[in-house]
Ligand binder design. Structure first.
Ligand SMILES: *Cc1c(COP(=O)(O)O)cnc(C)c1O
Length: 493
């Protein structure tokens, strides 16, 4: 299958889309068509395990990758997860389920894709005949960085460099990144917030001159951010798998439509749900959940995307984002794949911090999407309420989604559509905030938080978090967002 850029230009193959990450004009790669899955196809997938289901989905887009080899790579990637099922579904109430995507090596849903991306990229380079060393640059709001570092550490022919906003990630996230092992990794803190960090990294990708300078050194840039199609496509799989699990366990009939509520930052996770729907998965609505940085909530109700507003640092840092990059892919679809219009809107956003879509486009989006948000108090309330009623403990990001789902139930009491709430991080990744939500207790230290949270919930503590305390800190550098490229050159030596 070929891929188009949302801002126009040459078509590329799937392998090229994965290797390049972003098109030369800054556009994102999207599939030329959405592969179609019929109910019969879904029925065929019922007996398959997670990696086998994922292989079907990924192969349907990336058809140049050898199917058996891809499946083996997926088996290997998901063997790094705790338990037999990398994406278990937990029923917490009648018709309400939590899709737990945090059982991977770094305890966040980013592992679902970032354990797979190294294979997609390495194989993609082989397919494209690329001989240069690959340099992965990542801007992270916290979880992507660690998951990418873990995925790519010590990979052959690849170096990885992660930039995170110095004041914008949790202590646990920072510790996870700064203690990263591996001979091919580098981690740098950037002054400013995530948007500053992401914009600076995107500028490196967009600069032909910088690309040439790197090529002269035998290095080719690639991206592990969710703008890379190789990040997006493994995520489509868990929407299918959750649906199939509901059918297998007799909770729904094959063909019955369900809803998902998704905690959203860069719009990558929820966009994968939209792709699943476009491929024929019976999804009725997608509820987009934000925290106080509710640009998306406002956009989904007014059709105006306006980032000229205060930026809040919240207890759900991976959603502290104003520029949701993957929304561009939705805009492209909704505009009738109008590349000129999409490019114009992105230009307006960059220059003026605002753009709007037409009333007709908004109506089309609202046929599938609606948005809501949680204040800090509201997410705590939702986390506490569910813990008290059901004993289920969730992290702060999932808490925002829970609030939005509860609002939906409140407003649509007669609606019997089953709801899957996507859980994106292990609660122990944000131990102090989760402890506060479920017990009202404040502790100053993350590891004390883990201990107390364990005492309060009896939930198992992931080993990868427990051992962090004793690991040496390897990376301490803090730089201005203007000097990222200098850092890159220094790292390459
Ligand atoms: C990345 C992340 C999100 C947001 O996902 P997007 O794909 O950026 O919308 C939500 N929760 C957690 C824990 C995350 O790590």
């Amino acid at each position: 299958m070929n891929f188009l850029s949302t801002r126009g230009g040459k078509k590329v193959t799937g392998a090229q889309a994965v290797v390049k990450g972003l098109s030369e004009n800054g556009g994102l790669y999207v599939p030329e068509v959405f592969p179609a899955f019929t109910l019969d196809d879904l029925e065929d997938m019922l007996p398959l395990n997670y990696p086998e289901r994922a292989a079907r989905i990924i192969s349907s887009f990336l058809d140049e990758y050898p199917a058996e080899e891809l499946k083996d790579a997926l088996v290997k990637a998901y063997s790094k997860f705790e338990g037999d099922d990398p994406a278990p579904l937990v029923r917490i109430d009648d018709g309400v389920y939590i899709l737990e995507l945090f059982h991977g090596p770094t305890c966040a849903f980013k592992d679902m894709a970032l354990t797979v991306l190294p294979y997609l990229l390495r194989k993609g380079c082989d397919i494209c005949g690329i001989k240069e060393e690959i340099l992965i640059l990542v801007a992270t709001s916290g979880d992507t960085g660690k998951a990418a570092l873990e995925g790519f550490k010590d990979a052959d022919g690849v170096k990885i460099m992660v930039f995170y906003p110095n004041e914008g990630v949790s202590k646990m996230q920072k510790l996870q990144m700064c203690t990263q092992e591996g001979s091919n990794v580098n981690v740098v803190a950037v002054k400013g917030n995530f948007d500053d960090c992401q914009t600076a990294v995107k500028e490196i990708f967009a600069s032909e001159q910088k690309a040439e300078e790197l090529l002269k050194r035998g290095v080719r840039l690639s991206s592990a951010n969710s703008i890379n199609f190789g990040r997006l496509v493994p995520q489509v799989a868990y929407y299918f798998s959750a649906y199939l699990d509901l059918v297998s366990s007799g909770q729904i009939e094959l063909g019955e439509e369900i809803d998902f509520t998704v905690p959203t930052g860069n719009f990558g996770n929820i966009l994968a749900g939209y792709y699943a729907k476009r491929m024929g998965l019976p999804v009725r609505r997608l509820h987009c959940a934000s925290n106080l940085n509710k640009v998306l909530t406002d956009f989904l109700s007014t059709g105006v995307y306006d980032i000229r507003r205060e930026f809040y640092k919240t207890t759900s840092p991976s959603m502290d984002i104003l520029v949701s990059s993957n929304l561009e892919r939705l805009l492209f679809e909704i505009s009738g794949r109008d590349e000129k219009l999409t490019a114009e809107r992105m230009k307006e956003l960059k220059e003026n911090g605002i753009y709007s879509i037409t009333k007709q486009e908004l109506e089309k989006i609202n046929e599938v999407f609606d948005g809501g948000f949680a204040t800090e108090d509201e997410s705590v309330e939702a986390m506490f309420g569910v813990f008290e009623d059901t004993g289920y403990t969730m992290d702060t990001h999932t808490g925002c989604a829970m609030k939005v789902a509860l609002d939906w139930f409140e407003k649509n009491r007669k609606d019997e559509t089953k709801m899957v709430i996507v859980a994106t991080a292990n609660p122990y990744k944000f131990p102090q905030d989760v402890l506060y939500a479920v017990t009202g207790n404040d502790v100053k230290d993350s590891f004390k938080g883990i201990k107390r949270l364990h005492a309060a919930t009896a939930m198992e503590v992931p080993k990868s978090l427990l051992t962090l305390r004793d690991k040496p800190v390897r990376f301490t550098k803090v730089v201005s967002s203007r000097s990222l490229f200098d850092e890159v050159l220094e790292f390459l030596g």
